[in-house]
Design a protein around this ligand. Structure first.
Ligand code: KG4
Ligand code: ZN
Length: 372
């Protein structure tokens, strides 16, 4: 299935609203012309001083932003609200209060316009976001979903048919970046902060574990990495004559911080690449999609690009990433999935416009629904 406005789907204009965490994303997706407009407000600055997302502040900020952003995308796309054929919103998983803002807004708008409201699974949004790029993947493909809360390997056979190949037993890769960054006194979100520091660092000075690298399955575990980072931080602080106490980030010198960041990034990406290759091998798939916030990591992209090249021993495979601007949370992926779902299941009972949300919503539930 090619999606990016290649004229295969009937013409339909879908408004997508994403408010599951700390980004308010709104977009207009046209099933014929592709993405018409998108707007994003990131709350990163607001949460930075707390070292992580404060749910109540997140909800209040979504309330302030969602309607102005909706007006903005309508203006940029040059459309009237009445031109919208459906409103898609992130129904879960995510922060309950934050989700409720998007769900209420979407359901109210859809009700007022007399069009369907479609609750979308946030991870399905990430998973299918590369379909918006110029050179989209085709089903079936293997996907590595790496966001702040999830690290999963999936075999995506067709829309809604996603077989789980491997999952994280504890922390997600994004969480490992975020927690390591916090321990090292770097900012939030940790992934970009570690990547920035790592660029100045010398690899090899520190040695961190590569959890489950040789486990023989496709599961991940990153919580041990965080403990190893904490040990290294404490050791470095003690060597510098600092007294360390639990809950207080040690002050590392610049070179130590950069060298440790380089090793954190190496360790996490080594595991992600090795498991992705194992998944390609196990399924025999020829396309690998990497999506979710961590897919913005340039070292991960680079290592995978090298690993995907054909050699004498394997034929190689094709790699797909979302556009960099669509790696982290956004409204475009939600509008896209809303459109695809509506096309695939036109007979589904119309939404009752009750803004229900599913803060904990395993992706596997989508598959059960599909199987039912
Ligand atoms: O998908 P996402 O925007 O939100 C969730 O659905 O969780 O992912 C956020 C995660 C955070 O953990 C953040 O540190 C990580 O993505 N991230 C990165 C990079 N940019 C964002 N991790 C590594 N390198 C990056 N460049
Ligand atoms: Zn996300």
């Amino acid at each position: 299935m090619r999606v990016r406005g290649h004229g295969i789907l009937p013409a339909m204009l879908i408004l997508g609203i994403e408010t599951s965490c700390d980004e308010t994303g709104v977009a207009l997706y046209d099933s014929q012309a592709g993405l018409r407009a998108q707007a994003l407000h990131s709350q990163v600055g607001m949460h930075a001083e707390y070292g992580g997302v404060v749910p109540e502040l997140a909800s209040r900020d979504h309330i302030r932003r969602v309607l102005p952003l909706t007006r903005q995308v309508a203006r940029e796309a040059g459309i009237e609200m009445a031109d919208i054929d459906a409103v898609a919103f992130t129904q879960g998983p995510g922060l309950a209060g934050a989700l409720l803002v998007g769900a209420s807004t979407a359901c109210a708008l859809a009700f007022a316009l007399g069009v369907p409201a479609i609750g979308v699974h946030h991870l399905e949004g990430h998973l299918l976001s590369p379909l918006l790029s110029r050179d989209p993947p085709q089903f079936p493909f293997v996907a590595l979903l790496v966001s702040g809360g999830h690290t999963q390997l999936l075999h995506a056979r067709s829309l809604g048919h996603y077989e789980l190949l491997g999952d994280t037993l504890d922390d997600a890769a994004g969480e490992a970046f975020d927690k390591s960054a916090k321990l090292m006194g770097l900012g939030y979100p940790g992934g970009p902060a570690i990547a920035r520091e790592a660029a100045r660092g010398v690899p090899g000075r520190f040695k961190l574990p590569r959890p489950l690298l040789h486990s023989g399955d496709l599961d991940f575990s990153f919580s041990g990495l965080k403990t190893a980072v904490l040990n290294q931080v404490n050791k470095a602080a003690q060597a510098a004559g600092q007294a360390t106490s639990p809950g207080t980030a040690a002050v590392l010198d610049e070179a130590t911080r950069a060298d440790l960041a380089a090793e954190v990034q190496q360790a996490i990406t080594d595991v992600l690449v090795a498991k992705s290759l194992a998944a390609m091998h196990a399924t025999g798939a020829r396309q690998l999609v990497i999506a979710g916030g961590v897919s913005a990591n340039l070292m991960l992209r680079d290592k995978l690009a090298k690993a995907s090249a054909p050699t004498r021993h394997h034929p190689g495979f094709k790699l797909f990433f979302p556009e960099l601007s669509l790696c982290t949370d956004n409204g475009a992926m939600i509008a896209l999935v809303g459109g695809l779902r509506l096309q695939a299941e036109p007979a589904t009972a119309p939404h009752d416009y009750r803004p229900t949300v599913r803060p904990r919503w395993p992706l596997e539930d989508l598959m059960k629904r599909q199987a039912a």
